[in-house]
Design a protein around this ligand. Structure first.
Ligand code: UDP
Ligand code: MG
Length: 188
């Protein structure tokens, strides 16, 4: 059993040209996670945005000390942005999520509940319905998972799981040890 009362939960959010999304994201997070609002460490990674994403995050930080920013000098892509963010999160566990609210923030409480049992180091979300994806995306995604799990001898990845997941600090520490620059976070 993890310490249920005395923990910090990091929320890691890579962002690239997301000026419209930052404030709605913060609103949604504040609503869904009201019950654990004092336990949060919210880390945005600005992945070289060319719009004023950085300025908007800085203005959020002015009135919310739970929020911090890792600012990358140029666009490195989401995988690298997540990796950079993991070096800065301070929580006992960390949830990685997109800013566009395609990952429902209310699920975080469910992730947290499972993590607190102490039985799981990683808890991830799985899409149960891809009907809103285009047929090209459905077929390529299905083919990708089948191919990856066919060539992967031991480390299978769960089908239809995105990057939306909670990872324990022990997992974060393990990822921090990895020297690779080319990342594929879904397979960790
Ligand atoms: N993102 C990023 N760097 C990039 C592209 C995207 O940090 O070069 C961020 C983006 O702002 C969002 C998340 O990664 O928070 C997922 O991006 P997107 O919604 O475009 O991906 P999809 O939903 O198509 O997987
Ligand atoms: Mg998206």
């Amino acid at each position: 059993m993890k310490n249920i009362n005395n923990y910090t939960l990091s929320i890691l959010v890579p962002v690239y040209n997301e000026r419209e999304s930052i404030l709605p994201f913060m609103d949604a997070l504040n609503t869904s996670l009201h019950s654990i609002k004092d336990k949060l460490d919210i880390v945005f990674v600005n992945d070289g945005s060319s719009d004023d994403t950085k300025r908007i995050i800085e203005s959020v930080i002015e009135s919310d000390s739970r929020v911090s920013l890792v600012n990358l000098a140029r666009n490195f892509g989401k995988e690298s942005a997540m990796t950079a963010g993991l070096d800065h999160v301070q929580g006992d566990a960390c949830v990685i999520m997109d800013v566009d609210l395609q990952d429902p923030p209310e699920l975080i409480l469910k992730f947290l509940e499972l993590w607190q049992t102490g039985d799981w180091d990683t808890v991830y979300g799985v899409r149960v319905d891809r009907s809103k994806d285009t047929w090209v995306k459905r077929i390529t995604a299905g083919g990708f998972y089948r191919f990856f799990n066919w060539i992967a001898a031991e480390t299978k990845i769960p089908e239809n799981a995105g990057d939306f997941r909670l990872i324990d600090k022990t997992v974060i520490d393990a990822i921090r040890q990895l020297p690779e620059r080319n990342r594929f976070m879904k397979a960790y």
